[in-house]
Design a protein around this ligand. Sequence first.
Ligand SMILES: *Cc1c(COP(=O)(O)O)cnc(C)c1O
Length: 222
Amino acid sequence: MTSADRIRCIREEIRALSPHPERVRLIAVSKKQDLGRMRKAAEAGIRDFGENRIQEAADKFSQEAFPGITRHFIGYLQSNKVNKCLQNFNWLHSLQTEKLAGLIAHSEIPLLCLIEVNISGESSKSGIRPEALRTFVKGLSACPGLQVRGLMGIAPLTEDENTVRRAFALLRELALDCRSLETEDLHFDELSMGMSGDYRIALQEGATMLRIGTAIFGPRQS
Ligand SMILES: *Cc1c(COP(=O)(O)O)cnc(C)c1O
């Protein structure tokens, strides 16, 4: 199967499994994939790329513009890399500190943000703890202009489908709960959840953004 075939299959699954297929965006996670593979994905209709290293992404995007493409930063963002992130990306999926929120809010360049929530149940993983989410969201009122659009989560790595499903359902419920805190700048419509191994479950649980790497491109190249 070519990447174009795999993209076609995933789009069929989106139509079959999602309660709102028209709202689902398929983000091709192109970290450690070369420009040739990215070009083929774009030719197959991909309009969103996800990367987790600023420098690698900046290098690739400087070589090829990919007109009409939306760029998503899905990795951990250090505060000294914020400017480079603003210059190279349209979306940040991993907002999780007030410091970062303040830096982004002060910038002239727009960056749409998702708050990363730790839905894995493992304290070692990144993201805001579910119990702390409301307090974090309320604190963002100190960052006027910051554009929040929803939540992002990574399910625990397990074969147990029910555990994965519960984690995605938790993210959906947290986003619903955050609706009562919405303002002109803070919205909670987007749910970024589901990777190559678990996107079907994420779709059933209401994902609006799938972050899929290897199931589109095959194994990463380095
Ligand atoms: C790498 C990565 C993905 C994609 O992983 P695959 O298993 O290759 O689909 C999704 N989300 C994040 C945050 C990642 O770092």
